[in-house]
Design a binder for this molecule. Structure first.
Ligand code: NAI
Length: 297
């Protein structure tokens, strides 16, 4: 393996939410030391408990050995101080989808990591160039966009910003393979590949519902059973959660200069305001009882 292909030995993750935990899990299972940082102590504790449960289930089903479960958990170190990321050669940011908040975090990271550490964002829609522009060394900033749930969705978008050094994407692609994922290169355009193509499903699905053509459940059923998708748009939005997916829809719409075909729907704005976020609040487009959707939508 060439110098440029060398994967990263100690990886920091900023944000211990749905995405941060999933990335921590697959990296730790692949033998990488992980520092899982969140500004919120409770989020770190919940992530550790969730990771112990998930890895425990994999062991009890015989998918991994108990020794592998223990070793993976031992490689994940939770922390609430950004300084704990000082020895990381790669830091993956997975926090709220707001440019100014991400830029502030990248600034904090640059103050603690080594000059040759690579900094990436798991952003779904924001410009990697814009995130990097706030940095002292924008050439080490890139996008590494995983999908939810990370251990099952085995593809990841690797995005260069305008200033990203070419070897950064090469190393990130090697890292993606090391942790069992397939890297796909994407240009720094709003929504990259998946969340750009996804407008065709989510935004149009919302429009169909808004026009009263069909119910959420029937649109999902058709998209799954006829078009062959794993999840319909409303099932997917419930999985992602509206506090994550609605800002992504707004961001893509505005970045494309209010392109009408990307216009978000008042349905998601209203539901977000009403706290109907999806699975994580047990109520979104569907209600959830013991994690199972109740089809009364
Ligand atoms: P989440 O809401 O589950 O977790 C975000 C975590 O970040 C929270 O624990 C919060 O305490 C922490 N956080 C927020 N601001 C922080 C700061 N300044 N410093 C340190 N920690 C901070 O969010 P989720 O779903 O994990 O999404 C995170 C990112 O990943 C977003 O950019 C989102 O667009 C992207 N993404 C989300 C997907 C999904 O399906 N949920 C899929 C692909 C990308």
């Amino acid at each position: 393996m060439s110098e440029q292909d060398t994967p990263f030995d100690i990886v920091g993750i900023v944000g211990a939410g749905a995405m941060g935990r999933g990335i921590a899990q697959i990296a730790a299972q692949a033998g990488v030391t992980v520092r899982l940082y969140d500004a919120n102590q409770t989020a770190v504790e919940q992530a550790r408990a969730a990771l112990a449960e998930t890895l425990g289930k994999l062991a009890s089903k015989g998918k991994i050995r108990e020794s592998e479960r223990d070793a993976a958990l031992a490689r994940i170190h939770g922390c609430v101080a950004v300084e704990a990321l000082a020895d990381c050669s790669l830091v993956i940011e997975a926090i709220v989808e707001k440019l100014e908040v991400k830029r502030a975090v990248f600034g904090q990271l640059e103050a603690v990591v080594a000059d040759d550490a690579v900094l990436v964002s798991n952003t779904s829609s924001l410009s990697i160039t814009a995130i990097g522009a706030g940095c002292r060394r924008p050439e080490r900033v890139a996008g590494l966009h995983f999908f939810n749930p990370v251990p099952l969705m085995k593809v990841v978008e690797v995005i260069d910003g305008a200033h990203t050094a070419p070897e950064v994407a090469t190393r990130l692609a090697a890292f993606a393979r090391q942790i069992g994922h397939t890297p796909v290169k994407a240009k720094d355009m709003p929504g990259f590949i998946v969340n750009h193509a996804g407008r065709g499903m989510n935004t149009e699905g919302l429009r169909i519902a808004q026009e009263g053509v069909a119910s959420f459940a029937d649109i999902d059923r058709i998209v799954r059973e006829q078009a062959g998708f794993r999840l319909g748009p409303f099932e997917l939005m419930d999985l992602t959660a509206l506090d994550v997916s609605h800002p992504v829809m707004e961001s893509i719409y505005h970045q494309f200069y209010e392109e009408p075909r990307f216009r978000p729907s008042p349905i998601t704005a209203q539901r977000l305001a009403g706290g109907l976020l999806g699975r994580k609040t047990q109520a979104g487009f569907y209600r959830y009882v013991d994690g199972k959707p109740q089809i009364d939508a």
